[in-house]
Design a protein around this ligand. Structure first.
Ligand SMILES: Cc1cc2nc3c(=O)[nH]c(=O)nc-3n(C[C@H](O)[C@H](O)[C@H](O)COP(=O)(O)OP(=O)(O)OC[C@H]3O[C@@H](n4cnc5c(N)ncnc54)[C@H](O)[C@@H]3O)c2cc1C
Length: 308
């Protein structure tokens, strides 16, 4: 019940002001976000890499409404990639981008976002790493997949994200399960209408398994983006049945969530990548984490308790 309310709050400027100003918010945010700036984020990458974990970095921001902010996003990613190059972390860390932060929703946004993200993909390729295009609400899927298609012509390892709650996803998974194609499968984190998406969690889970089967049966590189032990076990079973080598797929989890399990999977020989968000614009990301799990919300609310 609370999930949809929190997802609506994730897009409310008024709620953003109230929550961001609350003094006790910050320590809770820090559980999910690796700092406000590049420097602490790089320290996090180094620590995770030392523990045998790969990383995808997200410079937080979304839904930009002017070109200057969209260009600032591009510049932040270029600085990030330059730092990864300088620190020789290109083999451990890739980057995840939200096209809405690159101006996708502006008039002519497709071309604005494509032009900027292409510059990011060029630098990523140059330093031996990759870009993955995060997936946002359903109205952006066609445009994001079109940008993906264009980027893949020159940068074939550019990654996509598919959300199992969308009815269309099995078709998209079939189209993307081709050689060299990197696809992160997630359940989906936005508030979507019943006309386009499963509403019942059980149906989202079943759809996740169907899409997993398609991706693992194909020639691409599946990226299993879930904390769900059942989905992880099914992916392991599909990999074993398909005789997949450990470097032909990977698991992905969010920074701060199931950290012991992240390390266990890596120690067992799986490729495990942690999605590490950083930056000052953490509000939307943070609210989606609260929405998807009551325990995360309880953790947040407890921090306001006078007994703490
Ligand atoms: C790497 C990564 C990238 C993502 N990128 C996107 C994206 O681009 N677009 C998008 O829409 N969404 C994205 N998401 C979010 C995703 O859509 C889900 O909202 C989120 O992952 C929750 O779904 P779940 O599969 O992890 O498990 P859920 O269905 O939320 O939970 C299932 C089970 O997993 C376990 N679990 C889940 N969370 C926890 C926790 N905090 N602590 C302990 N156990 C837990 C529990 O056993 C739980 O019952 C991403 C997620 C990941 C991991």
């Amino acid at each position: 019940m609370l999930g949809p309310v929190l997802l609506a709050a994730a897009r409310s400027d008024r709620m953003r002001r109230v929550i961001a100003a609350a003094p006790l918010t910050r320590p809770v945010v820090n559980r999910f976000v690796a700092g406000d700036a590049l420097h602490p984020a790089l320290a996090t990458v180094r620590a995770l890499a030392a523990a045998g974990l790969d990383v995808t970095l997200d410079h937080l921001g979304e839904d930009v409404t002017d070109k200057a902010t969209a260009h600032a996003t591009r510049d932040a990613y270029l600085r990030l990639l330059e730092s990864l190059r300088d620190e020789r972390l290109g083999d451990r860390a890739e980057v995840s981008v939200k096209l809405s932060a690159f101006g996708q929703a502006l008039p002519g946004g497709h071309d604005i976002a494509l032009d900027s993200v292409r510059q990011v993909a060029e630098l990523a390729t140059e330093i031996g790493t990759t870009v993955t295009l995060d997936m946002e609400d359903h109205t952006t899927v066609d445009s994001t997949l079109a940008v993906l298609g264009e980027l893949r012509r020159e940068h074939p390892r550019t990654g996509a994200v598919l959300q199992s709650y969308l009815f269309r996803t099995e078709d998209d998974a079939r189209a993307l399960a081709t050689a060299g194609s990197r696809v992160r499968l997630v359940k989906g984190a936005y508030k979507e209408p019943a006309s386009v998406a499963h509403q019942d969690k059980k149906d989202v889970d079943l759809a996740y398994v169907r899409a997993l089967r398609i991706l693992f049966a194909g020639d691409g590189y599946p990226m299993v983006g879930s904390h769900d032990p059942r989905m992880i076990a099914i992916a392991q079973e599909l990999a074993a049945r398909g005789h997949r080598a450990p470097d032909t797929y990977e698991f992905q989890m969010l920074y701060g969530i199931r950290t012991a399990e992240q390390r266990r999977l890596a120690q067992d020989g799986a490729r495990m990548r942690i999605y590490v968000p950083y930056g000052a614009d953490w509000y939307g990301y943070f609210m989606r984490r609260l929405a998807e799990r009551p325990a995360n919300l309880a953790f947040f609310l407890r921090s306001f308790s006078p007994t703490r």
